[in-house]
Write a protein that binds this ligand. Structure first.
Ligand code: COA
Ligand code: AMP
Length: 632
């Protein structure tokens, strides 16, 4: 604990000195001499006079340091029966050539490139190739539907879109190209060029003039070197759900991000270069950006890119098999993945078939690690299990166990201690810091450390409105929780309309906007309710228009399908109730907490601000009738 407190204090007392020292561990083209410049909004630009390139750090610098023959990336794909390894030298060659491909299409510094790809090595190659030429990538998770892709295209205005012919979800082959075509039709600012990686499971039809074949282009490609970019140059935009239908484009820079990730690889994950890190997530999420692609490679580890699920590909022993086969040192996934394994294999019989001797630690994030899942995973694996808290916006952990400098005792339900650089405060509604043990809004005192979002793409005002306005001088995380007397942070859930379904961050506000657009719907509300496997599941209440002429069952399946079509199957909105009224305050605010209580059949304390106390019984009655009917 002493080492933790010393390092934390050092970063707090002299942030610029602390992070400049960390920055020296990387191969800059131009070493920074200034730690940070403060902006008017309280945020910082990190290493403003430094120049580097993250693709160079992840590849060229590793080869130059003697890691050319070390495995950089292991593509492990139980869904196709493939395992393919890339040494650092091989990955560098592929990335440099693909950078040549995109450069020959006119893509350069500052241009945006959308990457809509499944979990294949070409996704990582595409990201690193964009970084190499100074282009800004924006990876869109393959589970999102065409409409979501179109929204992101219109916001990023890309010069190029990269995709593959299909994704493979368990036993299903999902054609990507029709989704891309539909999105390009819907988008107002589509890119001029599309490059398609043809997988053997599906051949996409290419539109002449616009679409190009990845493999053919690579045959004639010339490798290109990494271009130096300013530390503050954007590396990527990653869209994340806010409270409305318009996702926020979280921007990440090259310099601050590289320094923060490099620091975290040992400090948080306790890893050494050469060790194997298995992050079972998707490159479409921030976890995939930071700890499948950039973090492990910048630090010289071997990273696993896993195209499969925790269960059913082929069974609940999937993770243990990967750990044995590739001698994994640390594994990281979402609690929902371990809950899925526990559900299928409660006694961990599959685990007994594998030798997981190489495994030292297990990490979870994306949602709160519930104590039951923590206990089970610890017990069956005999390994330390660490919860850690972060967001798309931070890009790397804000709270974690300081494993690299000496692990501290784990408290189940807590994501442990603030990471150096993050001064976490729990504030009441008036912005006053709360004493230990009291629950409030989890905030971070400004300026944020390196690695965190410098802005929202094309919308500085949204940065202020979403994160900086609520509590002046602080970044508001949108999460609620408390800090105990030992300084351990407990994140208890969101304070806004964002929900977390199987580790996927989704907006109930966006679902409401889509439902409300249905011609028969007058009003609606969507709330998150607890689910044993996925953490949370959305449930909707809808009110029909007076003149509506539709069978409620038909409406329900129409609405479920609309959400799948617009957002994607990952939204998992499967339950909807038609109700006569929504519970509201007299000023018209929907009482979502009360809706949640009604859905969970909890005792309802009717607030004095409610506009119509009699509506509760009528809503309860319709929910009961419809859920009985659906169980028949
Ligand atoms: N592309 C296309 N469709 C996708 C997809 C993708 N990348 N990912 C999920 N989907 C679809 C699924 O096929 C499913 O469709 P269906 O309703 O037609 O069957 C739907 O979205 C829901 O998928 P999912 O939430 O993954 O549920 P599941 O029941 O198939 O699997 C888990 C449950 C827990 C095994 C799975 O959610 C999981 O592995 N979660 C871990 C998530 C994670 O790693 N999050 C990253 C944060 S660290
Ligand atoms: P995302 O931006 O998709 O990574 O989602 C971030 C959100 O997930 C956070 O704001 C939290 O609500 C939740 N979250 C992530 N990690 C944790 C954790 N360890 N404990 C509790 N909530 C978490």
């Amino acid at each position: 604990m002493q080492a933790y407190h010393e390092i934390y204090a050092e970063a707090q007392q002299d942030p610029e000195g602390f992070w400049l020292e960390q920055a020296q561990r990387l191969a800059w083209f131009k070493q920074p001499t200034v730690g940070a410049t403060l902006k008017k909004n309280g945020m910082a630009d990190w290493f403003p006079d430094g120049e580097l390139n993250v693709s160079y750090l992840a590849l060229d610098a590793q080869v130059e340091a003697g890691r050319g023959e070390q495995t950089a990336l292991i593509y492990d794909s139980p869904v196709t029966g493939n395992v393919q390894t890339y040494s650092y030298r091989e990955l560098l060659d592929e990335v440099a050539k693909f950078a040549g491909v995109i450069q020959s299409m006119g893509v350069g510094k500052g241009d945006r490139v959308i990457i809509y790809m499944p979990m294949i090595p070409q996704a990582a190659i595409a990201m690193l190739a964009c970084a190499r030429v100074g282009a800004i990538h924006s990876v869109v998770f393959g589970g999102f539907a065409a409409h979501e892709l179109a929204i992101r295209i219109d916001d990023a205005e890309p010069a190029l879109l990269l995709t593959a012919s299909c994704g493979i979800e368990g036993k299903k082959t999902l054609a990507y190209k029709p989704i891309v075509d539909k999105a390009l039709k819907e988008a107002e600012k589509p890119p001029q060029n599309v490059i398609v990686f043809q997988r053997e499971q599906e051949t996409a039809t290419l539109q002449s003039g616009r679409d190009h074949d990845w493999q053919q282009l690579m045959q004639h490609a010339e490798p290109v070197a990494a271009v130096p970019v300013a530390s503050t140059h954007p590396l990527y935009i990653l869209y994340t759900s806010g409270t409305t239908g318009r996702p926020k484009g979280v921007v990440r820079d090259h310099g601050g991000y590289a320094v923060a990730l490099n620091f975290s690889m040992n400090y948080v994950y306790g890893l050494q270069p050469g060790e194997v890190f298995f992050t079972a997530s998707d490159v479409g999420w921030v976890v995939g950006h930071s700890y499948i692609v950039y973090g492990p490679l910048i630090f010289g580890c071997t990273s696993i890119l896993y195209e499969g699920k925790p269960v059913n590909t082929p069974d609940a022993g999937a993770f243990w098999r990967v750990i044995e086969q590739h001698k994994v040192t640390a594994v990281f996934s979402a609690p929902t993945a371990f809950r899925a394994i526990k559900k299928e294999d409660p006694k961990a019989d599959y685990l007994k078939r594998y030798d997981i001797g190489s495994l030292q630690r297990i990490y979870m994030a994306g949602e709160r690690l519930d104590p039951a899942t923590y206990e089970w995973t610890t017990e069956v694996t005999g390994r330390p299990v660490y919860d850690h808290w972060w967001q798309t916006e931070s890009g790397w952990p804000m709270c974690a166990n300081p494993v690299g400098v000496g692990a501290t005792p784990v408290k189940p339900g807590s994501s442990s201690l603030p990471v150096p650089g993050y001064e976490i405060a729990v504030l009441d509604t008036a912005g006053k810091p709360l004493p230990a043990g009291e629950e409030g809004s989890i905030c971070v005192r400004l300026p944020l450390p390196p690695g965190c979002l410098p802005t929202v793409w094309g919308d500085e005002q949204r940065l202020r409105d979403s994160y900086l306005k609520a509590f002046p001088g602080y970044y508001c995380s949108g999460d609620g929780g408390y800090i105990d007397k030992d300084g351990y942070v407990f994140i208890m859930g969101r304070t806004d309309d964002v929900i977390n379904v199987a580790g996927h961050r989704l907006s109930t506000g966006e679902m409401e906007e889509i439902l409300a657009a249905h011609p028969e719907v007058a009003e609606c509300a969507v709330v998150g309710t607890p689910d044993d496997l996925k953490g949370e599941l959305p449930i909707g209440l809808v009110i029909l228009k007076n003149e509506a002429d539709i069978d409620p069952g038909q409406l329900q399946s129409d609405l479920v399908q609309t959400i799948r079509d617009k957002i994607g199957a990952i939204a998992c909105l499967k339950t909807l109730y038609v109700v006569p009224k929504l519970p509201k305050t007299r000023s018209g605010k929907i009482l979502r907490r009360l809706i949640r209580q009604l859905l969970l059949r909890e005792d309802v304390a009717i607030p004095s601000t409610i506009d119509d106390p009699n509506s509760i019984a009528a809503i309860q009655q319709s929910i009961e009738q419809q859920s009985k009917a659906s169980h028949r």
